[in-house]
Write a protein that binds this ligand. Structure first.
Ligand code: IMP
Ligand code: MG
Length: 181
């Protein structure tokens, strides 16, 4: 029965280690919203959400801005199986960011490979400026150097889910960040 197994999974995820409770996420997103609003005051801001993982973070972040903004999305995929990056990044979008002030909004920076590809791709469109805002950044050795101006939380090298982040497309709806390993 579909509903029974779904609630069993819910119980399982709720018993996993909570790394960042939802109250802490809300507070940090509020701070990031204030910081970005101050930095982009008087400029037209374009936010590019990286699907699928950033959809909740972006939705909460824009409601903490006190400046107008425009919102669009691109799709990036790099995982060949559920937890290991394939080393190849595929991007899908039809954005036109020429002359615009852009912030790429990502859920998590792991190796940095995805964001490196996104930046290289979007920079070809010659935006006026481009920065990155990531909810999470993993502390790992040999990270690809990508400058992330706005970081919600630095975390250790664990596999995390919730608040938009998934494992095999599951757990995105969990309201906090939980460790799955
Ligand atoms: P990177 O290219 O190695 O930096 O990986 C970035 C992408 O991998 C993110 O956009 C996520 O979609 C995914 N990812 C990396 N670490 C995790 C994790 O711990 N949980 C869920 N997704 C992750
Ligand atoms: Mg992602």
């Amino acid at each position: 029965m579909c509903s029974a197994s779904y609630s069993e999974e819910k119980i399982n995820i709720n018993s996993k280690e909570v790394l960042i409770p939802k109250e802490e996420i809300n507070q940090r997103v509020e701070e990031l919203g204030r910081e970005i609003s101050a930095d982009y005051h008087g400029r037209e801001l374009h936010l590019v959400g990286v699907l699928n993982g950033a959809f909740i973070f972006l939705a909460d972040l824009v409601r903490q801005l006190n400046i107008p903004c425009q919102i669009c999305f691109l799709q990036a995929s790099s995982y060949k199986d559920q937890k290991v990056s394939s080393g190849e990044v595929t991007l899908m979008h039809n954005l036109d960011l020429s002359g615009k002030n852009v912030i790429v909004v990502e859920d998590i920076v792991d190796t940095g490979l995805t964001l490196k590809h996104i930046l290289e791709d979007l920079q070809q469109q010659k935006p006026a400026s481009i920065e990155i805002c990531a909810l999470l950044s993993k502390n790992i050795p040999d990270k690809i150097p990508v400058e992330v101006k706005y970081i919600g939380f630095e975390i250790e090298d664990r596999f995390v889910v919730g608040y938009g982040l998934d494992f095999a497309e599951k757990y995105r709806e969990v309201p906090h960040i939980a460790c799955l390993d």
